[in-house]
Design a protein around this ligand. Sequence first.
Ligand SMILES: NC(=O)c1ccc[n+]([C@@H]2O[C@H](COP(=O)([O-])OP(=O)(O)OC[C@H]3O[C@@H](n4cnc5c(N)ncnc54)[C@H](O)[C@@H]3O)[C@@H](O)[C@H]2O)c1
Length: 386
Amino acid sequence: MARQTVRFGVIGCGLMGKEFASAAARWCHLTDLSFEPRIVAVCDAIPTATEWFQKNVPSVEYVYSDYKELLANPDVDAIYCAVPHHLHAQLYIDIIQAGKHLLGEKPFGIDLEANRAIMAAIDQNPQVIVRSSSEFPFFPGAQQLVQWVQEEKFGRIIEVEAGFWHSSDLDPTKVINWKRKVASNGEYGCMGDLGLHVLHLPLRFGWKPDTVRALLSKIVPQRPDGKGGMAPCETWDNAILACEVKTDGQQFPMILSTKRIAPGHANTWFIRVTGTDFSAEFTTKNPKRIASLPYTPGGVQAWHVADAPYQSAYGTITGGIFEFGFSDSILQMWAAFCDELANGRDGMRQPFYCATPEEAADSHRLFTAALASGRTGSTITLRWEE
Ligand SMILES: NC(=O)c1ccc[n+]([C@@H]2O[C@H](COP(=O)([O-])OP(=O)(O)OC[C@H]3O[C@@H](n4cnc5c(N)ncnc54)[C@H](O)[C@@H]3O)[C@@H](O)[C@H]2O)c1
């Protein structure tokens, strides 16, 4: 059967742009798919960034330094856009208005105002499919936890904790980059950068916080500027959001944390749900492991720790005993996005879809409330219906 080809343009050929190229090159890893991405065009403001694509991605036919020229190319159906946060609003709106489907990077705008402008462009162009990158829920252990939530195994939920923790910024000699500056990363700091990863599953489960009390920290005040001097670090390093969720007759605390400085953690994404009947935890710190604790009144409280098989949303050539990793989760996310482009939400091979713009917009509402809480030291109420 001939596969449907989705012709992609990549705007922003840095760290994440290359990850997509690597996933597209490894499409043969996935089994029985009727669609595939083909990167035909790339654009970056810095010429050396596109050179890597020209050397390594044979399908690239067009190379640009001005993204508007890429958007005018009728041979491009869809865009992956991975540029710093201050560029999201302008570029995403131009992409959507050009009628190209978009997988954009989080946080989908540098602040609430930028996000609202993106959402307005989406409303005006309903024929365009727009999703946000968020790959961690595609780890097999996370998919297992999703299934348990859908099966309502937890009973009364006691508490939810989710987080995304980094640690390379503990090193004060690390040279400053755009993520430490409000102008390019936004006032949200670590929340904008890491927060949608933490919120994707809670929001998908319908767990929108009613209230938030935020504790925001700046830990390293300045860094080498790479030119022999020092530059101030303006953005929040760490954020702990103590939230209260009320949903479907349940009320429970939810602690969300995004940390750039969590000693010992390199890209640790985790979610733990405890309940009166069942508890479960997955963390990328132990990427094979899924922990669960079934409970019946008076019974033993024992965590069961199992190696999750290599099995995510889409089938692969890899045997179940092997390990799953970051680049596998990126590949699975791309399969979900291309599946939705090729077959529509209802025709997808499996039900887990990429993070939606509405979920990204909800994350902005929470981060904006968290900033207000950080400023005032008070608990902020979110009114989702407004
Ligand atoms: N999903 C994830 O796990 C993940 C991980 C890291 C970063 N990100 C997100 O990806 C986005 C980019 O981050 P990154 O780490 O890849 O950054 P990066 O700095 O490595 O790459 C960004 C690229 O965009 C290019 N660029 C800047 N302005 C441009 C313009 N006007 N036109 C075309 N190209 C332009 C830069 O030259 C650079 O090559 C951010 O939104 C970030 O939050 C996501």
